[in-house]
Design a protein around this ligand. Structure first.
Ligand code: PEP
Length: 263
């Protein structure tokens, strides 16, 4: 049975004290949610203090990082390597659209990061999503590109992001389908559309790794998920969880997302 995952991406939010309060309150509320793995991704400087405050956390509550650099060490000012995160977090988000857009991350770099995260024994949550937001928003109803257009963007990102990943590494991969037009906009995709794209992703993974291994890779949806719309996604057969930004900063809200995916 595929792992269900709910990931909270705190982005560049929270002070240290806010982060500790949020983590403490989630430790308590998540203890009661079964059948789903919950991953908190605080900003880099708060990861260790959050880990300390979560020392006695339930085993299904994990820590993650929002990014990791692929080189193990060296003259790379401002970067945090996957090697440094080893033993502190279990998951790393790689290729988030904000990294691709703001930091101009290339697909080659994203691929190198995926390899580094896996090499260090963690799971890479590879974010993919159609890139054509402005063009399509001008032209199309609600800014949603057609499925065919979305498919070609996503296929390219999967091919490039997972290049060189072997079958034995598949257990260390999760895919987050995050249409760029839905991230942080308050305009979530509808569940049927997100499920359809997840099916396309699963088909691609099946061609690449075979049905049995592909069937084990969690596929998440991300983009303006809230407690109000989460049932749209938790009710879809191909979606194994969600990656939430804004909603992960409020304990009650985020706990509601976790409950929606609890078995
Ligand atoms: C994200 O950070 O990946 C995200 C989906 O953000 P939001 O939930 O705020 O749209």
């Amino acid at each position: 049975m595929r792992q269900r995952l709910v990931v909270g991406n705190w982005k560049m939010h929270t002070t240290l004290s806010e982060a500790l309060i949020l983590a403490t309150s989630l430790r308590n509320s998540i203890s009661e949610v079964g059948g789903v793995r919950v991953v908190l991704c605080p900003p880099f400087p708060w990861i260790v203090p959050v880990a300390e405050i979560l020392t006695h956390r339930p085993s299904h509550l994990k820590l993650g990082a929002q990014d990791a650099y692929y080189k193990e060490e060296g003259a790379v000012t401002g970067a945090v390597s996957a090697a440094m995160l080893r033993g502190i977090v279990d998951y790393v988000i790689v290729g988030h659209s904000e990294r691709r857009r703001i930091f101009k991350e290339s697909s080659t770099l994203v691929n190198e990061k995926v390899h580094a995260v896996i090499k260090q024994g963690m799971t890479a949550i590879l974010a993919v999503g159609e890139l054509t937001r402005v063009h399509h928003q001008e032209k199309r109803h609600h800014g949603r590109p057609t499925r065919t257009e979305a498919r070609s963007d996503i296929t390219t990102q999967l091919e490039e992001g997972l290049e060189g990943i072997s079958k034995k590494e598949v257990g260390q991969i999760a895919i987050a389908y995050e249409p760029v037009w839905a991230v942080g906009t308050g305009q979530a995709a509808d569940g049927v559309y997100a499920n359809h794209i997840a099916e396309l992703i699963r088909k691609w993974l099946t061609r690449r790794f075979g049905a049995s291994l592909a069937g084990e890779i969690p596929i998440l949806y991300g983009g303006s998920v809230t407690s109000e719309n989460v049932e749209e996604f938790s009710g879809q057969p191909e979606l194994d969880g969600v990656l939430a930004g804004g909603s992960s900063l409020k304990a009650k809200e985020f706990t509601a997302l976790c409950h929606a995916f609890a078995r």
